[in-house]
Write a protein that binds this ligand. Structure first.
Ligand SMILES: Nc1ncnc2c1ncn2[C@@H]1O[C@H](COP(=O)(O)OP(=O)(O)OP(=O)(O)O)[C@@H](O)[C@H]1O
Length: 688
């Protein structure tokens, strides 16, 4: 008898779910699932995980890697629900859920901490996000005297970009400069010295940046024994959104499971939108041949999401892509309404159109939450946000969230990071400057004293109280000592921290009470994590895309419109979708109009946006839009033309409308004395 949950699947989905189970071998051979937009990818992986569980897999030995924390929890919830129902009494094994479900980076952090002693790493290293990395790059640049050169040295952001490109691509510095940063080529020697010093600074402070997480993980697994040990911890490894993984991620998987047994990857090359972060679509293309015998490939090309006219238009857009591997999608969801290209005068009219249309849709039965407005760049929705606020239409914005960027939230996070790792210079610097009366010179001296000591907090306590600061300084030191001590439980330490910080907040900001509300919200989010370390790790690796993304946010209306960057809309769907600024300059973005590869990625972005829609899709074309970088009341604008991704030959998939108008058509434990591989030395060696 077939399990009821399998009967809900179409034949290809079912093949993917059942692949390799029931074969003589204990573990299934490698599997690649090419899953077109809306073809039930999430549904299929959730069913496969549930099916593995039903067939006796141990949840502790399933590694499930996704692109975002939200995707991991979605998948886990769905798989557990199917599994529980099917397993009846045996469902007890799911009591702890799927402990190894998470993003590539967060799984990497856990494994690196587990094996830290064997690879010469401090087990309680802290993690720098892009901005912290840029700050440390800046401090290092200052130390080397490069910020005071006669000719202007590349900015910290550019330096970081170059560094990141080199480590992620494995290419030589000279080649990266020549290809992507020709204007910086004359600085090759200085950049090499800067990167060497940057790597040493990170190591001395016990911090890893985002790139390091994958780099250290990949290097750790370059050791065959460690690779076998780590691979041996998991019977099944499943990876979602494989098209958006990079070279290092692929090498991690291949060294973990060299014969591919137990390995399932799922992705869609047509939805690859992260090449700008060194993701490579080659991973998905080369996957089958990486094994002998090759991986089985199953293609899901039936779309369940969109009506036929919407899918036809999306197929037409992606059909013009230069290189393409997946077939067109099909659907049997009939529909008569073609997607609309809506011409409006400017972005003010664009905002009015959307507000009006959204309310009309609501009258017609679609809730606000079933509607979404998507845009290329977070700043594109500014005018719309004003209009929605004016008309009292509640909304939540995903992508480009300001909450974690605000100074007060960053202050508190820096404090927690400094408590976690008192050698973290970037966090320490920010925190010390909060103490009334402390300036950069004092902060640098105190941090230097700490960096040289075996016990940094002890060194801080012994540091002479700076003149004229007295009580404030002692209060600060007492706070750190208390938080580092074992007496305070998580998350209660946040209360102590907030008591210390509140008077500072009051002094520094007129709107202290609003900011305090943010901190309470942060505390609510923190309560969802078992420890300070897990909270900081998860928040740094994958900040909530919107405040509503985390549970326990009280002040939101029940129904609200979704505003989202296209990148943050990945994997989601709505009844009605509006795409802002479907004009050249925005789509493709003028930032992305460099190489052919950039343009192709922008085309796929539009495709991703269009394929989020179930029943209705509007692409808005403001005839002119205001250029950035001008004064508030400036009137500099450009006349815009329809996005090049919808050329004349595919126009008949759309209705043309103008509006308003008529319709035309850190280090507490030191590394083990003799690490098996000294990755730290390898990293330094890269720049020598
Ligand atoms: N076998 C099925 N029968 C009916 N509906 C299905 C089936 N499989 C998936 N669906 C529906 O199709 C829609 C898309 O599914 P899902 O979100 O899993 O797609 P996806 O492949 O992850 O999409 P994308 O890659 O575009 O983000 C959902 O509404 C889901 O309920």
């Amino acid at each position: 008898m077939t399990a009821a949950y399998l009967e809900r699947l179409n034949p290809e989905q079912r093949r993917a779910v059942e692949h390799g189970l029931g074969e003589a071998d204990r573990f299934p051979g490698p599997l690649l699932v090419i899953a077109g937009a809306g073809s039930g990818k999430t549904n299929t992986i959730a069913h496969r995980v549930a099916h593995l569980l039903v067939n006796g897999a141990d949840p502790e030995r399933i590694l499930l890697m996704t692109f975002s924390r939200r995707a991991a929890s979605d998948l886990t919830r769905r798989a557990e629900a199917i599994g529980r129902q099917a397993m009846g009494e045996r469902a007890g094994i799911l009591a702890a859920g799927l402990p190894w479900a998470g993003t590539f980076h967060s799984i990497g952090v856990r494994l690196l901490r587990d094996y830290a002693g064997q690879i010469g790493l401090m087990p309680d290293f802290s993690i720098h996000d892009r901005e912290d990395s840029a700050d440390l790059m800046n401090l290092t640049r200052d130390d080397l005297g490069y910020s005071r050169m006669e000719r202007r040295f590349p900015t910290k952001a550019t330096c970081l970009e170059i560094y990141s490109r080199v480590v992620n691509s494995g290419a030589a510095l000279a080649d990266v400069l020549k290809e992507a940063f020709p204007w910086c080529a004359s600085w090759e020697g200085e950049l090499r010295a800067l990167f060497a010093a940057y790597v040493e600074a990170k190591q001395a402070q016990g911090v890893l940046d985002f790139d390091d997480l994958l780099l250290y993980w990949a290097r750790m697994q370059a050791d065959p024994d460690l690779a076998a040990e780590i691979g041996g911890r998991f019977d099944h490894v499943l990876v979602d959104e494989y098209q958006d993984t990079n070279r290092l991620q692929a090498s991690i998987l291949l060294t973990m499971k060299p014969d591919g047994r137990g390995l399932t990857v799922v992705g869609d090359d047509a939805q690859s939108i992260y090449a700008f972060r060194a993701a490579t679509v080659r991973n998905i293309l080369d996957f089958p041949a990486a094994f002998d015998p090759p991986a089985e490939t199953i293609t899901l090309d039936r779309n369940y999401r969109s009506t036929r006219p919407i899918l036809d238009a999306a197929n037409a857009v992606i059909g013009l892509a230069k290189e393409r591997f997946t077939k067109n999608l099909w659907t049997d969801r009939a529909g008569t309404q073609r997607p609309e290209l809506v011409t409006v005068r400017d972005d003010v009219e664009q905002a009015r159109f959307i507000a009006t249309q959204v309310l009309e849709n609501r009258e017609a039965g679609a809730t606000l939450r079933q509607q979404a407005v998507l845009f290329r760049t977070a700043s594109h929705s500014a005018v719309l946000e004003v209009e929605l606020t004016r008309r009292r239409i509640p909304f939540v914005k995903f992508g480009g969230l300001k909450f974690l960027d605000s100074a007060h939230v960053k202050d508190v996070l820096a404090l927690l990071r400094f408590v976690q790792n008192p050698r973290d210079l970037v966090a320490g610097f920010r925190v010390m400057l909060l103490v009334p009366g402390v300036g950069p010179a004092t902060a640098r001296r105190a941090l230097a004293a700490m960096s040289m000591a075996a016990e940094p907090i002890g060194a801080l306590a012994a540091f002479p109280t700076p003149p004229r600061i007295g009580g404030e300084w002692q209060g600060f030191v007492a706070l750190l000592v208390a938080l580092r001590g074992r007496g305070t439980a998580w998350p209660a330490e946040l209360d102590i921290l907030r008591q210390w910080y509140e008077p500072i907040l009051d002094r520094q900001h007129d709107d202290a009470s609003t900011r305090l509300a943010d901190l309470l919200q942060l505390q609510g989010i923190a309560a969802g994590y078992p420890s300070r370390e897990r909270f900081l790790t998860e928040l740094t690796l994958d900040p909530p895309a919107a405040t509503s993304d985390e549970s326990g946010v009280p002040s939101l209306d029940n129904d609200y419109l979704i505003l989202s960057t296209i990148h943050s809309a990945k994997g989601r769907e709505w009844r009605s979708v509006f795409v802002l600024n479907a004009v050249d300059g925005c789509m493709p973005s003028d930032l992305g109009t460099g190489t052919t590869a950039d343009i192709e990625e922008e085309r796929r972005l539009l495709y991703v946006a269009m394929t989020r829609a179930r029943d209705s899709l509007h692409l808005i074309l403001p005839q002119r839009f205001y250029t950035h970088a001008q004064r508030a009341k400036g009137d500099r604008h450009v006349y815009a033309s329809r996005t090049r991704f919808i050329p004349r030959e595919i126009l008949d998939h759309f209705d043309y409308v103008s509006w308003p108008g008529s319709r035309h058509a850190v280090p507490t434990a030191q590394p083990a004395a003799a690490p098996r591989i000294d990755i730290a030395a390898q990293m330094r060696g890269m720049w020598r």
